[in-house]
Design a protein around this ligand. Structure first.
Ligand SMILES: Nc1nc2c(c(=O)[nH]1)N[C@H]1C(S)=C(S)[C@@H](COP(=O)(O)OP(=O)(O)OC[C@H]3O[C@@H](n4cnc5c(N)ncnc54)[C@H](O)[C@@H]3O)O[C@H]1N2
Ligand code: MOO
Length: 397
């Protein structure tokens, strides 16, 4: 057990080893959701470009107000119109989003006014700058609004559109190769013979990689032989920026991934003090980053979420993307401790407590589908009912 690398040390080693593996391209902003920005975006205009009204009402000079005094309406300013300067002693009819006329310093919403003949009386003394959204309230010209390495969200699409931007420089999508290993595996759609199981890690990894915004360049399967494993890895090395595999990384004589990696490249780390997912292997194959995920489906999921996802994000140009956690109280207890950090698949009950799925086997995937996230229990830590532990929701991965 002492030869296992600590969870945080493994995370840091993998993050530190990674660098951007893709070049840039310019694409339409409308197609950029989920892509990684390659260059900082600096605003060249103010948003909003002018002081403008937050209400439908009247613009005036606050200090002109007197109880009962009526004001001539000297102009009408709908949004989109460039107004004349305010005539002294008058008010201007104004609408939400319309530019404040030069000279006016406040807007009174129409509900607080009274029309008298063709004039307007303001019920209360207005306050200077009330209901005025100042020029540059959202963004100032010269401000860096989005930094390189940011994954573009629909909110960024809106923000960049408010600057008039139609194209962005992004990193090309990372081409990810996926290798599954195991003689017992057949693809879904075929009939199972005794001893066989369906390959679930291949489709799951493809879905995880795609969900993260990368491109699955190739998905291969190798039998449990060194020759087949090496041939598949060589094929993926020819067409991919990063390679992930599942299975064949443990110690049995049917596990060939690690020994093949040693002939094709350099193994950096093997075996981490986590449960599930202990025998993860990290290597570089002629400059291509590689992570071998353990084959048990929940081990594949957990190690993808924590390690492969981080590696892929850095290689794709994204700033290292660590999942968010918050503290949640356990709805169960366990006195037995283990010497590995554990990622228990839990559901959050209506009482707000985290409940462990009863089936935590690394071979079982239902717990992840029926749960909402991981409770991270550090090595040698008992679980006490009502005590707080870090909870990582699946949606954060
Ligand atoms: N003597 C020891 N045996 C094992 C150890 C150990 O320390 N000493 N570690 C165990 C742990 S922990 C894990 S995790 C597994 C990891 O093994 P491998 O990565 O070598 O994976 P395989 O042996 O190839 O497969 C494990 C398990 O997962 C199933 N599997 C594999 N690939 C897929 C797939 N694509 N789709 C669905 N299921 C898959 C496979 O059939 C096995 O049941 O090693 C333990 N053993
Ligand atoms: O690491 Mo294994 O995933 O404990 O079964």
């Amino acid at each position: 057990m002492s030869t296992l690398l600590a969870f945080e040390d493994a995370l840091k080693a993998i993050e530190d080893s990674a660098s951007v593996r893709v070049s840039n391209e310019i694409i339409a902003l409308s197609n950029a959701t989920g892509r990684i920005l390659a260059k900082d975006i600096v605003a060249d205009i103010f948003v909003p470009p002018h002081d403008n009204s937050a209400m439908d009402g009247y613009a005036l000079v606050a200090k002109d107000w007197q109880a009962g005094k009526s004001f001539i309406v000297s102009q009408r300013i709908p949004a989109g119109l460039h107004p004349e300067p305010l005539e002294p002693g008058t008010c201007a009819r104004i609408f939400t989003g319309a530019s404040i006329p030069e000279g006016a310093d406040t807007v009174v919403m129409q509900e607080n006014t009274q029309p008298v003949n063709d004039k307007i009386i303001f019920n209360q003394s207005p306050t200077n700058r009330d209901n005025i959204r100042p020029k540059g309230q959202d963004i100032e010209a010269g401000q860096t609004v989005v930094k390189a390495g940011q994954k573009i969200t629909p909110m960024h699409i809106g923000l960049l559109s408010s600057l008039g931007i139609t194209e962005v420089s992004v990193y090309k999508q990372l081409r990810v190769g996926i290798l599954t290993t195991g003689d017992e595996l057949i693809p879904a759609g075929q009939s199972l013979e005794p001893g066989q199981i369906f390959n679930s890690n291949g489709p799951m990894l493809s879905a995880l990689v795609t969900q993260a915004g990368h491109r699955v360049a190739d998905c291969l399967h190798a039998a449990d032989t060194p020759e087949d494993t090496e041939a598949a890895l060589r094929a993926l090395m020819a067409s991919c920026d990063v390679i992930l595999s599942s299975g064949g990384v443990s110690v049995g004589e049917e596990d060939h991934v690690k020994s093949v990696l040693e002939t094709l490249g350099t193994v950096h780390l093997w075996k981490i003090a986590i449960k599930p997912g202990k025998p993860l292997v990290h290597a570089t194959l002629k400059g291509i980053p590689f992570i071998g995920l353990p084959g048990n489906p929940s081990s594949t999921l957990v190690t993808y979420h924590w390690f492969a996802r981080l590696l892929l994000s850095v290689c794709s140009g994204q700033v290292a993307d660590h999942p968010q956690s918050y503290l949640v109280d356990a709805g169960f207890s366990r006195t037995k401790t283990i010497q590995r950090d554990e990622f228990i698949r839990v559901a959050i009950g209506n009482d707000g407590l985290a409940y462990a799925h009863p089936q935590q086997s690394s071979g079982a995937l239902l717990a992840a589908c029926e749960g909402q996230g991981y409770l991270h229990i550090k090595a040698q830590t008992p679980i006490e009912y009502g005590c707080s532990y870090s909870f990582y929701p699946f949606y954060g991965f």
